[in-house]
Design a binder for this molecule. Structure first.
Ligand SMILES: Cc1cc2nc3c(=O)[nH]c(=O)nc-3n(C[C@H](O)[C@H](O)[C@H](O)COP(=O)(O)O)c2cc1C
Length: 303
């Protein structure tokens, strides 16, 4: 059978699939419908030092082939996470990555330092790309700020440090390079695409936050393009593709464009079984192609 394992910095994943942050609760909630032992890793909802209430409703709007959300990083905060979430996460039969957000460098550093020695935490995804809060993209607007942040976090942990990038910038290659220069082990992309929808009768925005993040199949071509550009800008750095993946064929586009693993987000809402089917379907496709490993497919785009 083809080998599905991949290496993300210091972390080996048996299957190149991850459940995307914010679409999978804190990580354990889907345990009844998804066999987590067959998912490479789950990523928690974004975690901040202090609890956050998020944005007022309405915070979700369905679009053609996708959805807009402006949840606004609602989460229980670091201390409650450690007391009430971590014990359950420690029992999951998969790797747990904590997605970290902050308003400044100290906030990010506090979360990473506090969780660095927790056995239940396999690594961190550093979210510098939330379009739904005021300071959400502060560290992805200027490459210098991004590398300064990652340089501060790097000495705090030997565990996986993966930086989640935003598509809402002019040059994603430049941002990717800045994260790697700062010491990132891996990159994940993309976060949601900034969007907006209008109720024409009321002449009001559909979301109370006015704008929101677009996700789902409608963003996939943008995501594939970003993965291609980031992988090209940072040869040798593992890239994890995210954006509108709902079939193995969708995921294959990302592998060929340069991703070594993929995250599944919005699909968890309408087809949670996809993560269960993923390893067998991927294995079957690789076997058909006579490929011994998923690694033989990564970055094989012919241009
Ligand atoms: C409702 C919702 C909440 C999200 N919350 C977070 C979050 O807290 N942190 C984060 O880094 N990304 C968050 N995301 C972004 C996803 O992790 C992912 O990057 C994005 O949805 C694109 O992937 P998809 O098209 O497969 O959903 C959220 C997405 C959705 C739809």
């Amino acid at each position: 059978m083809p080998d599905l394992s991949i290496q993300l910095g210091p972390l080996k994943l048996a299957v190149p699939s991850l459940a995307a942050s914010g679409t999978f609760g804190y990580g354990g909630e889907y345990g009844a419908v998804v066999d987590l032992s067959r998912v490479g890793a789950v990523i928690t909802k974004s975690l901040s030092v202090k609890p956050r209430e998020g944005n007022p409703p309405p915070r979700i709007w369905e679009t053609p082939a996708g959805m807009l959300n402006a949840i606004g990083l609602e989460n229980c905060g670091l201390e409650s996470f450690i007391a009430h979430r971590l014990p359950e996460l420690a029992r999951l039969p998969t790797n747990v990555l904590v997605n970290v957000v902050g308003e400044n460098i100290d906030d990010y550093a506090t979360v990473c330092a506090r969780l660095a020695e927790e056995g239940a935490v396999a690594g961190f995804e550093i979210n510098i790309s939330c379009p739904n809060v005021r300071e959400g993209c502060r560290f992805s607007s200027a490459p210098n700020d991004c590398s300064r942040l990652i340089k501060t976090l790097r000495p705090l942990t030997k565990k996986l440090l993966m930086v989640k990038l935003s598509p809402n910038i002019a040059d994603i290659g430049e941002l990717a390079r800045a994260a790697v220069e700062g010491g990132a082990d891996a990159l994940s992309l993309i976060n949601t695409v900034l969007g907006m929808a209008v109720d024409i009768k009321a002449r009001r925005p559909r979301l109370a936050n006015i704008t929101g993040g677009l996700s789902g199949p409608c963003i996939r071509p943008i995501a594939v393009r970003c993965v291609y550009q980031a992988a090209k800008a940072c040869p040798g750095t593992p890239v994890v593709g995210i954006g509108g993946i709902r079939t193995v064929s969708d995921a294959l586009e990302f592998f060929i464009a340069g991703a070594c693993a993929v995250q599944v987000g919005t699909t968890n809402y309408f087809d949670p079984d996809f993560l269960n089917r993923f390893p067998d379907e991927l294995e079957a496709w690789l076997a058909d192609e006579k490929l011994a490993s998923i690694r033989d497919l990564v970055g094989t785009l012919k241009v």
